[in-house]
Design a protein around this ligand. Structure first.
Ligand SMILES: [Zn+2]
Length: 78
């Protein structure tokens, strides 16, 4: 918290990942932020309200998607 991850470009620059989880079927995947930035522009917002309307579950087609920020300083599982 406190860092500025307001846009796709800022997330990419800081190494922050975003995981999208389907509320309906629990399918989840990490968003391809460089691809999104290429399509929507690096100044596009990276907040829930900015991205969720553009997302849809690849498994069940639900548009009820939850986003989880993955800060770069969290150690990955070994
Ligand atoms: Zn789903």
């Amino acid at each position: 918290m406190g860092s500025s991850n307001g846009t796709l470009g800022e997330c990419i620059a800081s190494g922050t990942g975003i995981r999208a989880t389907c509320v309906a079927c629990r399918h989840h995947r990490e968003l391809d932020l460089p691809a999104l930035a290429a399509r929507l522009g690096p100044d596009h917002g990276a907040l829930h309200a900015d991205l969720v309307p553009r997302l849809r579950c690849a498994e069940c087609g639900s548009k009820r998607i939850a986003l989880t920020m993955l800060p770069p300083d969290v150690p990955t599982e070994r």
